[in-house]
Every structure is written in C-alpha cells, then in structure tokens.
Design a protein around this ligand. Structure first.
Ligand code: SF4
Ligand code: SF4
Length: 183
C-alpha cells in the first residue's frame, strides 16, 4: 500500500537541499499516473520543454557553454556554488523528474550539487540561475543576442511558474500538501 505523507509549504521551499531532493523523489512516483492523464499538465510541460530547447539553442549560438566552462575551470571561477543549490525547491525538482531528468546530488563540495561535468543537469532551473547573466556574458554577447536570450528566458520562467501553480493545486487536491488556513 502506498504511504502518503502530508507536506507543508515549508517542506517544499525550506529545509536543506538534500531534504527537498528527498521529498521530490517521494512525490514523483506518487504523482506520475495522476499527471500523465492531466489534460492541462501534459501540454504545459511539453511547451516548457520547447521553450527550454529554444533557450539551449540561443545559448549555443551565443557560445555561453564554452564561456562558462572556461570560467568555471579557473580557480575561484564559475557561479554554480553550493549556496546557489539552495535556490532549487521541491516543485521545480519534481518538474525535472516529471520531464525525465534523473535528478540526483552529483557532488558534495563547494559547487552546486547539480553541476555535472557537462554543466547543470537540470532541464528546469531556478529563476535566479536563469536570470543570472554575469558581466562576462553581457560584454561577450551582441545586444541583439542578449535581447533574444532574455525573451526566451522570460517565456520559460512564465511557463515554469504556471506549471508550479498547477502542481501545487494537484498536491493540495490529492491531500499531499497542507491546505492554506486563514485566521
Ligand atoms: S555565468 Fe558568468 S560567472 Fe557564471 S560560470 Fe558563466 S561566465 Fe562564469
Ligand atoms: S545553474 Fe544548475 S548547477 Fe548552476 S547553480 Fe543553478 S541549479 Fe546549480
């Protein structure tokens, strides 16, 4: 019999990154069936994947991967720190799992635990990571390229936000997330 736990918003957005990852892995198998037949969720997730692919394309055009790899390889370089890992919440990690990413903590040093040898393992990243364009990127990319990058990031963030709200509703409706109480 499936063990069903009741979580709070503090569980989803607070706690350590290890705890949030563990909760995402508990919820994932419990929600897969319900969400596969959810008429709103399926096309919304597919659209988010399309936006993410557009982002990967524009990042490749701007050669951001090589820029970040070179930066990350320098002593004290890179911005994917263990502190930044804390920007990941349960719902966004769950979204990655539902999109087929085998989310796991890859390391235990000062870098973000989701940073692998080929970069960030996540398809859907936290807002802070998506919005962060350092001086090297801004100076290295043509203004037209930056404008396109920001447009694509904006669309992806909106889609991730809409999916997050839908997932929170599903979690509440299925008794996995405590309902909000007013005084
Ligand atoms: S975003 Fe900027 S600081 Fe971060 S790894 Fe890339 S080049 Fe370096
Ligand atoms: S981009 Fe990915 S690897 Fe880098 S800090 Fe954000 S979640 Fe971690």
């Amino acid at each position: 019999m499936e063990m069903q736990l009741l979580f709070s918003l503090q569980d989803l957005y607070g706690g350590s990154i290890r705890d949030r990852l563990a909760i995402a892995h508990i919820l994932h198998p419990q929600l897969v069936l319900a969400l596969e037949t959810n008429e709103a969720f399926v096309p919304m997730l597919a659209q988010a994947v399309i936006f993410q692919k557009e982002l990967a394309e524009i990042m490749a055009v701007l050669d951001l991967g090589s820029m970040c790899a070179a930066c990350g390889g320098r002593s004290g370089g890179g911005c994917c720190s263990s502190f930044m890992a804390g920007e990941n919440d349960v719902v966004q990690l769950l979204l990655n799992l539902l999109a087929g990413v085998r989310v796991a903590a890859l390391r235990e040093d000062d870098e973000c635990c989701f940073l692998g040898i080929t970069g960030c393992m996540l398809l859907f990243k936290p807002m802070f990571c998506l919005n962060y364009n350092c001086r090297q990127i801004i100076q290295g990319a043509a203004p037209a390229g930056m404008e396109r990058l920001e447009q694509v990031i904006g669309r992806l963030l909106q889609q991730q936000y809409a999916l997050e709200q839908l997932l929170l509703d599903v979690l509440r409706q299925t008794g996995r997330l405590a309902k909000r109480f007013c005084c």
